[in-house]
Design a protein around this ligand. Structure first.
Ligand code: IPE
Ligand code: IPE
Ligand code: MG
Length: 261
């Protein structure tokens, strides 16, 4: 986006950025929907519904700021353990969102991808996912990844299985298996790794999200419940990120020198 196209709000945020600048890829655990609803004496599902609106706003904010990739944890491989009614409602909401939002995302040049084990979803949802991905495949704006029936351990396991099959077929040897080659077979392999991880809702854990990909990601936890997570709160996280020094094992002095070179 050229400078003259920046909204006032985006310009204000970008002006506050520190040396690290904008994250290219932000990954978020959208947590706290249930507690938000319960505090208002509403059923938990009201929180999930309110959460969808927050996603809509966030996609717009990311587009305005010029963030390249946004990955959202919508349903974990462990969330099947919830009461059947809640799981059913979440499936309905997912289907509805796919029906209602995809065309709008397409108009905004967003490339939508769904990561996770999709064979567990009802046939109708699987078909919608495929249609949505095909429709938005060539879009060049924000890449929006929705993690649905995703688990980090599943991701690593499916990559390991792919490599094992290649060894069994004689295409590679066990010695060919390196961290780089394993990473190539994970979800999101073609995208930059997450720079910033945000978890709302106050818990400080990863809950089997992108466990491999988050190895060097900056972590940000906020007590704000997901339905209350607005533009200001997101910008706070981005600005906090921009003032951190990422060392990747080096010393602070080395990083400073490279930055000044
Ligand atoms: C996150 O909110 C949404 C999903 C896991 C689908 P929760 O439903 O986990 O909300 P809390 O943590 O119970 O408040
Ligand atoms: C993580 O939230 C998964 C999603 C937000 C989709 P949970 O609420 O399921 O995580 P735990 O169970 O509290 O760790
Ligand atoms: Mg939760």
């Amino acid at each position: 986006m050229s400078d003259s196209n920046l909204t006032e709000a985006a310009r204000r945020c970008l002006e506050q950025l520190g040396p690290e600048g904008l994250p290219r890829h932000v990954a978020i655990i959208m947590d706290g929907n249930g507690r938000w609803a319960q505090r208002q004496h509403k059923p938990r599902v009201a929180g999930h519904r309110a959460g969808v609106e927050v996603v809509r706003q966030l996609v717009q904010t990311c587009g305005e700021l010029g963030i390249e990739v946004l990955t959202l944890f919508a349903f974990s491989s462990e969330n099947w353990r919830r009461p059947a009614r809640e799981v059913g409602f979440l499936m309905e909401l997912f289907l509805l969102a796919l029906e209602r939002e995809v065309r709008k995302l397409h108009r905004h040049n967003v490339q939508l991808r769904i990561i996770g084990e999709r064979s567990a979803f009802p046939e109708k949802i699987q078909q919608r996912i495929e249609d949505a991905e095909n429709l938005t495949r060539d879009n060049t704006g924000l890449v929006l990844n929705i993690a649905a029936n995703y688990g980090g351990r599943w991701d690593i396991t499916q990559a390991a299985r792919t490599l094992a099959e290649q060894v069994a077929a004689g295409d590679i040897t066990p010695e060919d298996i390196t961290p780089e080659r394993l990473a190539e077979n994970l979800c999101l392999a073609d995208l930059p790794e997450p720079d910033l991880f945000i978890r709302t809702g106050g818990e400080q854990r990863i809950s089997n999200f992108l466990i491999w990909q988050l190895a060097y990601t900056e972590l940000y936890f906020t007590p704000v419940l997901w339905p209350d997570f607005n533009r200001d709160e997101f910008e706070k996280a981005v600005i906090s990120f921009s003032h951190r020094q990422r060392r990747f094992g080096q010393t602070g002095e080395q990083v400073e020198q490279q930055r000044n070179a």
